[in-house]
Each structure stands twice: as C-alpha cells, then as structure tokens.
Design a protein around this ligand. Structure first.
Ligand code: EPZ
Length: 438
C-alpha cells in the first residue's frame, strides 16, 4: 500500500527570495474569535494547511457558513446561524487548538461542550489554566460521557492570575472577557505576536483591550462585537524554518514579508553561529547569508520574547553540523526532543538528559528513512535532509501538512529538492471558482 512520505534530496545552497504564508498559530485562534460576532467576516492571508481545513470543519459543525478561496488565500465566514455548541470530539482529538472555541461560545451563548483534548507526542498538554479561570468567571463544568460541558448565565469580570503565561489560556480568557461586562485583568499573560494579532482583530470587532507592563492584559467588556475584514500576520515560525534551511545549506535567502522584531532572540543565535542577518529597522524583510563555518550556540526555549519552542527542533538540525557542542534546554514542553533520535539515525551526535540536549557537531549527515513525531520535528527532518548525503525519506507527513502551506514548494523555489508524495488526506471538493468547500 502506497505510504505517504516526503523525499528530500541533498540540495545545493538555497539562494533567492521567498514569501511567507499566514501564521498557523494566529489564524486558528482568529477563526474561533469569529464566533463572538454575528454576520459575515473576511480573513485574508490564510494558509491552506490541514489544521486550517480542520478548523473550517469545526466551525461548520457549529453552524458557521465557511468558504475558503484557496487560490486567493481568503476565507469567508458567516456566523449568523450558529446552532450547535458542541465541539466535535473527533476534531478535538485531531487538533488541540479546538479548545479555543470554548471561550467564544461561553461568552456569546453561555454554553459549550468539548471532549477533553488528548496530549500529543510533545507533552500531556492539559487545559487546567483555561478551566480554572473560566470557573473563576462563573462557568460551571460537568461531565457528560466523554464531553465536558460548560454553562454560565453571565460571565463575571475578574482579576485572573496565570501561573504560567499560557498562549491558549490567555487567548481563551481574552476572547471570553470581550463580552463580559466590567474589567477583566489577566496577570502574567502570554504576549506572543500571535496573541497580539488576535487582540488586533478583536479590537477591530469593537473590543476594548489594553496591554500594560508587565505582561498584563485588561479587557473592558462590551455588549456586542461586529464582523470584520482582517489580514492575518505572516508566519514567523515558517520564516525561522526557511532561514535555517538557507543556513544549513550555506545559502543566501531573502524573505520580504518576514518581521525581524518577532524573532529577535532567534536571529541573535543565528548571528552567534556566524551567519549574517540583514534587516532594516521597522521595515519587514530578513536576509540571511550563511557562513560556511557555523559555530555551536546554546539556548533555552522560553515564552515570547525568548527563543520560541516551535523553532527548537529546526534549530537542533542546523546545530547538528555546527563546530563545537551546543546545549539546548526545552523549558516549555516536557517531551519535545523526539526528533533527536531521528537526527541521530542520520548521523547526528545528540545526547538527551531530561530537558537538556547536548548537540556535538559532526562533519556530515546521511540520508535515511526517518519518522516525523510532530509538526516542528517534521520541518527539522526536512532541513537536515537538505544537506544529508543521498536521499532522506520522512514518514508521518500529516504533521508537515498540518503545520505548513506547501513549505516544500517554497523550499524548492530557492533550490531545494523536496517531494511530498501524498494523496489528499481529506477529500476536498474544489468548486468551479477555485474555492475549496469542505
Ligand atoms: C500554542 O500552544 C501553540 N499552538 C504551540 O504551537 C506553541 O508551542 C505554544 O503555544 C507555546 O508557544 C497554537 O497556537 C495552536 P501553552 P498552547 O498553553 O496554547 C502547559 C506548534 O507546533 N499548559 O502556552 O497549547 C502546556 O502543557 C504548536 O505550532 C498547562 O500546563 O501552549 C505547555 O507545557 C505546538 N496547562 C505549556 O503550558 C494549561 O492549561 C505551554 O502551553 C495550558 C498549558
């Protein structure tokens, strides 16, 4: 039986210009934020990744009318006729970000039910910060079979303290608070760029939100929020991956729509490796000119603006060939080093000790058959395959398709040889106007 796989040939240095797609970790939460409004909204710069199709299915099951013009990367949604408040369990299991529908449904309808999200390979990924704070806002939860049911007559504005700056919990609480009368304050909030893009669209809808130092978000509730037309931010994680692909292959790449201020610590580490990073103050665009003698660097993953955990795996691939020993500490997830074993199959020299990885640079990597274990691991293996001798075959490619919109084609446009051998994982009907209706 034909098995989906990604084939990566040893490539020449990647050179040229390539543009980013919209950010997966902004678009998913922005799609759920539309549930706060009643009417027709337009979202632009939407990546055609599997997670986006999954979120479209989730919204449609709630009664939202959704059309995705895949050619123009534009999504049309009408939230006038929401008639279901149960987040489908199969979708919940496929995509953890489904939990982000909870806040909007509770705020607008006072009712929501969802199957508990499973963990994944990188960690148990509980949602206790979400539930604890919704309870403080007055939500009562009960168990109905595999579903957790949340009910509330009127959400109460509260001062809420996050023990950890959870991105999802911050986003869920902010969305719920936009329609909660009074002032809700979130202390120790996550302020990732994707969270700021969500706050941007909520303000366009009419929400009253302020961001205060240190890491505090204040939301003054309003009666209703209006439909919007919003251009989603570009994917800084895709930017980081493309830069690392150029770095590992000794290339020279320019990404016109990449925002350097979203990647400061990451770019600092690339410069510490010896690569040249060219940017212009307050103007989008990042150019990387690779060094041919990359040096080892050490870092730990942190909430923004620290080194992003979602670039840890691709960075590890680049450090596998750097001179010296790099120490990587993963502080966000308890099990996000599964890609190390796969890189070692290719000849890397990586030792794992709890939340730390020691990467001793080697001279070369060898093409091998390897397995992707999560979205960012799949990207790391593609990057390693670009410089490994021979051909690298990567299995479990649904991770790659979940997280990126044709990243393979972007890499090939600057000289890579990446082939995604697959058939559509979700049968799509492409309408006569190029629109993809699920
Ligand atoms: C978002 O996940 C991203 N996903 C993740 O990207 C990203 O790694 C993460 O933020 C951190 O930046 C989307 O935006 C769709 P968290 P989220 O809540 O919101 C623990 C990718 O590859 N935690 O900040 O789930 C949790 O287990 C994905 O694109 C609790 O303990 O991240 C983790 O260890 C992977 N209880 C840490 O906090 C909770 O209630 C950070 O989680 C919530 C989280």
């Amino acid at each position: 039986m034909f098995e989906e796989s990604i084939l990566v040939e040893k490539s020449l240095p990647l050179n040229g210009e390539v543009n980013l797609s919209g950010a997966k970790n902004a678009v998913l939460v922005i799609m759920t934020s539309l549930l706060l409004t009643s009417g027709k909204s337009i979202l632009r710069n939407i990546p055609a990744s599997e997670d986006v199709f999954c979120m479209i299915e989730l919204l449609q099951k709630l009664g939202v009318e959704v059309n995705f013009d895949i050619i123009n990367k534009t999504l049309y949604a009408d939230t006038s006729h929401i008639n279901n408040f149960k987040i489908d369990s199969t979708i919940m299991k496929r995509m953890r970000a489904s939990v982000l529908a909870l806040g909007p449904l509770l705020a607008r309808f006072g009712y929501a039910s969802l199957a508990m999200p499973g963990g994944c390979s990188i960690g148990t990924r509980p949602i206790n910060f979400h539930l604890t704070n919704f309870k403080k806002m007055g939500v009562e939860f009960s168990q109905d079979g595999e579903y957790l049911v949340g009910k509330v007559n009127k959400l109460n504005a509260k001062k809420l303290i996050l023990e950890y700056p959870s991105v999802g919990a911050t986003e869920n609480i902010v969305m719920a608070a936009t329609l909660t009368m009074g002032k809700t304050t979130i202390i120790n909030a996550a302020l990732e760029p994707e969270v700021l893009d969500l706050i941007d669209i909520l303000k366009k809808m009419g929400a009253n939100i302020s961001i205060l130092a240190p890491a505090t978000i204040e939301i003054e509730g309003v009666q209703t929020l209006s439909p919007v037309d919003h251009f989603v931010m570009c994917d800084r994680l895709e930017a980081g991956s493309l830069l690392l692909a150029a770095a590992i292959s000794g290339g020279d790449i320019y990404i016109p729509n990449a925002q350097a201020n979203y990647l400061d610590v990451f770019l600092l580490k690339l410069e510490d490796m010896g690569h040249t990073i060219i940017t212009q103050e307050n103007i989008p665009g990042i150019r990387l000119i690779a060094t041919n003698k990359p040096q080892a660097v050490s870092f730990k993953t942190m909430p923004y603006p620290g080194f992003p955990t979602d670039l840890q795996a691709p960075m590890m691939a680049a450090l596998a060939l750097a001179e010296g020993v790099s120490e990587i500490e993963e502080t966000v997830y308890e099990n996000r080093f599964l890609h190390a074993a796969e890189l070692n199959k290719m000849g890397a020299n990586i030792q794992i000790n709890g939340t730390k990885a020691l990467v001793t640079g080697v001279k070369e990597l060898n093409g091998m058959s390897v397995n992707a274990t999560d979205i960012r691991a799949s990207c790391a293996l593609v990057i390693a395959g670009l410089v490994a001798s021979g051909q690298t075959t990567i299995k479990n490619i649904h991770h790659f398709k979940r997280g990126y919109d044709e990243l393979d084609k972007k890499l090939n446009s600057v000289g890579a040889k990446v082939t995604v051998n697959n058939y559509p994982s979700i049968p799509h009907v492409v309408s006569s106007y190029g629109q993809k209706e699920i």
